[in-house]
Design a binder for this molecule. Structure first.
Ligand SMILES: [Mg+2]
Ligand SMILES: [Zn+2]
Length: 164
């Protein structure tokens, strides 16, 4: 079976603007970064699938709940559907950095590995886009090509930077 080429995306700062709050957990604070949907639409035409991997340590700190995160993700899926863009899966780590038993918080790459197995992804043809060093580190651990963007910038350039 032919393997899929994928783009792994960090959420806050990459997909959505996080300038208003350190933690984004209200749907009314959730806005796509400029150019993001357009870039994904073009990349989807080129055959890429999309997986989101996000650290949501605010859950563990009881600042917000999994239900809040899921509502935000519903809004994300709706916004992208308006552009004809589909996300295969949104994975989130609910733990914070002091929790020793977490295997999913970036820079750990277990979640990326799970997605690679589940969606039959060709890591050599796949990319990770993040705005922090911990994102990039996780991508490199899984042998992905990586792109570090500036938080909240216009993401339209991604479809040009990502070469097949
Ligand atoms: Mg980020
Ligand atoms: Zn975790």
């Amino acid at each position: 079976m032919k393997k899929n080429k994928a783009i792994f995306l960090d959420r806050d700062g990459v997909i959505n603007n996080e300038e208003s709050n350190y933690y984004i957990f209200r749907t009314e604070d959730f806005f796509l970064n400029e150019g993001l949907a357009e870039a994904l639409k073009e990349l989807s035409r080129r055959g890429y699938i999309f997986i989101v991997i996000t650290n949501q340590g605010g859950i563990s700190k009881n600042l917000y709940s999994s239900a809040d995160v899921e509502k935000v993700h519903e809004k994300l899926n709706q916004l992208l559907a308006g552009f004809g863009v589909h996300l295969e899966e949104i994975y989130y780590c609910p733990h914070h950095s002091d929790e020793e038993n977490c295997l999913c918080r970036k820079p750990k790459n277990l979640t990326i590995e799970k997605a690679i197995a589940r969606f039959n992804i060709d890591r050599e043809k796949s990319w990770l886009v993040g705005d922090r060093d911990t994102d990039i580190e996780a991508g490199k651990l899984s042998g992905l090509k990586t792109i570090k963007v500036k938080s909240n910038e216009n993401m339209r350039f991604l479809s040009e930077l990502i070469v097949d």
